[in-house]
Ligand binder design. Structure first.
Ligand code: FDA
Length: 490
């Protein structure tokens, strides 16, 4: 195949890739962004609501893959939500221009400073909290719902009940910013604009209202005229050339996932932003296929960010349940991080089933007690994840303690119908680590043993950050790009 030459290539258009694209383009550097999923806006395809998913709902699957309501047959299509299935854990991901921002709940949480310092002792926390976190939140469009709206909007009954019950049980609740535009949501509520969060759209994508990366970082990058986005470009492997440039082996796929063209791109500089699992797979697989130089830290310090799903039934049954219609956008959390014995953060999650199921859903974020690790099985051509119930046992203890305390104060029972008897230990929305900053890379994401390869995504965070992670991924990407652009790209 003909080799196409590029100056700078970014693989993946999630948080890391989008920050890299904007900061490079702003400096006048031409950037090619390769994304295996669709450019949704260009495609004209619509995202699906949760209760009536169409072909756009899942990445090349023949049935839907939500953690519940998993009933619908699908036509194979390069849809928005993907799931990687390992023996003891399932990992959900976003596919398309915007990566995880297309399908996530939009919770924009800045981690606790002390925990950030504990996880990244060598980073300048003062600078992060004075500069990189505020910058990330501003560029991402994080905003907070008005208390009046939340009080009056019946779509937030699940959250009102969730907070009241938590407080009655002695837990501290917190309001959480989001990148869903709450002004838009208020207009939805008044029926002035098409509904999205109030029409059950989220994990298969939002057609309106959400400030996903294509509406923020990537839009700004595009306006510079320096950004080329190539959709449906799946990078299969990377080879390092003798002159320390890289050649990428690429399949251009159609919307059924079949290769329609094979392409080679050579680039002087490569930014790897394929997300924790995508970047790990590319490095480990490239090593197996092309003797790509690998550092011994690659694959180490992987974690699920302490994700543990749980739920309660018969919530508020006598005074009216949790609401038949629910906004898909979470706004509330429970901060129980200070407890030495049972430290956790909880997202009070919506459960938009289209009827009142009097059930509360919680996504817990726990600490890690031990890391998992990731390797590559060349025989099966698949990632191997060393992660099992021994990694999540203490998270289950925390869930038991949380449910017990909630039920004692409020009534209700563990939701045996959700997950495995009410415990979703194998549900992961926040895979982190494996190419850890300062271990597998230098302090700015330059991969060890390489001169022109920068890792900028969730894989830099060692397995845990204590809250939903995209604000941290964005802030770290800002920090890394600021430094490497100054030193390596001028
Ligand atoms: P990200 O995964 O976003 O992007 C990687 C991109 O690379 C993808 O677009 C992928 O298709 C592409 N790619 C991968 N391999 C490739 C290859 N070989 N070739 C070409 N392209 C390739 N977080 C949070 O803070 N608040 C929240 O409310 C939520 N909620 C939530 C809900 C759900 C359902 C999910 C699945 C996730 C969340 N998250 C979240 C997590 C958050 O979305 C996640 O941490 C970030 O998207 C990770 O950002 P990255 O930049 O690391 O990669």
């Amino acid at each position: 195949a003909v080799i196409i030459e590029k100056e700078v290539v970014i693989i993946g258009s999630g948080y890391g890739g989008s920050v890299a694209a904007l900061r490079l383009c702003e400096k006048g550097i031409p950037v090619t962004l390769l994304e295996m999923g669709l450019d949704w806006e260009k495609s004209g395809e619509k995202f699906s609501p949760m209760i009536s998913p169409g072909h756009s709902a899942a990445w090349l699957k023949t049935r839907t893959i939500a953690p519940f309501l998993n009933l619908f047959p699908l036509k194979k299509f390069t849809g928005a939500l993907d799931r990687l299935d390992f023996e003891h854990i399932k990992i959900w991901l976003g596919r398309g221009v915007g990566g995880g921002s297309l399908v996530n709940g939009g919770m924009a949480v800045t981690p606790k400073k002390e925990y950030f310092q504990e996880i990244f002792p060598s980073l300048d926390a003062e600078k992060f909290y004075a500069h990189y976190f505020p910058l990330a939140n501003q560029e991402l469009g994080a905003n907070t719902a008005s208390e009046d709206f939340l009080k009056s909007c019946d779509f937030y009954k699940f959250n009102k009940v969730g907070e009241q019950e938590a407080e009655k049980a002695g837990f501290k609740t917190v309001r959480v910013p989001n990148v869903y535009d709450f002004k838009y949501m208020e207009q939805e509520y008044r029926n002035e604009v098409p509904r999205s969060a109030l029409a059950g759209e989220v994990i298969y994508g939002n057609n309106h209202g959400k400030l996903s990366l294509d509406k923020t970082y990537l839009k700004k990058a595009g306006a510079t005229g320096k950004l080329e986005i190539l959709e449906l470009h799946r990078v299969n492997s990377v080879a390092q050339n003798p002159d320390k440039s890289y050649t990428l082996d690429i399949s251009i796929i159609n919307t059924a996932g079949e290769e329609v063209e094979h392409k080679l791109i050579r680039t002087k500089k490569l930014v790897l932003s394929a997300g924790t699992m995508g970047s790990l797979e590319l490095l480990l697989k490239s090593n197996a296929l092309t003797q790509f130089p690998l550092d011994k830290h690659i694959g180490q310090q992987w974690g699920n960010n302490g994700n543990f799903m749980t739920g309660r039934n018969f919530v508020n049954t006598f005074s009216g349940g949790t609401g038949a219609q629910q906004s898909t956008i979470p706004v509330g959390g429970i901060d129980h991080w200070h407890d030495k014995k049972h430290p956790f953060f909880v997202e009070i999650a919506p459960l938009p089933m289209g009827m009142d199921v009097a059930t509360s859903l919680y996504l817990m974020v726990n600490k890690l007690k031990k890391y998992g690790d990731v390797s590559y099985n060349a025989q099966t051509s698949k990632l191997r994840l060393n992660w099992n119930e021994s990694h999540t046992a203490h998270m289950k203890d925390n869930a038991k303690y949380f449910l017990r305390t909630m039920n004692k104060a409020n009534g209700g029972t563990r939701s045996h119908l959700l997950f495995h008897n009410g415990f979703g230990a194998d549900i992961c929305y926040h895979p982190l680590g494996g190419i850890v900053l300062g271990k597998a890379t230098d302090q700015f994401g330059r991969l060890n043993g390489h001169q022109n390869l920068y890792v900028v995504d969730g894989s830099l965070i060692p397995g845990t950050i204590g809250v939903n992670p995209f604000v941290t991924i964005t802030a770290i990407a800002e920090y890394c790009m600021e430094h490497v652009i100054k030193e390596d790209f001028s």
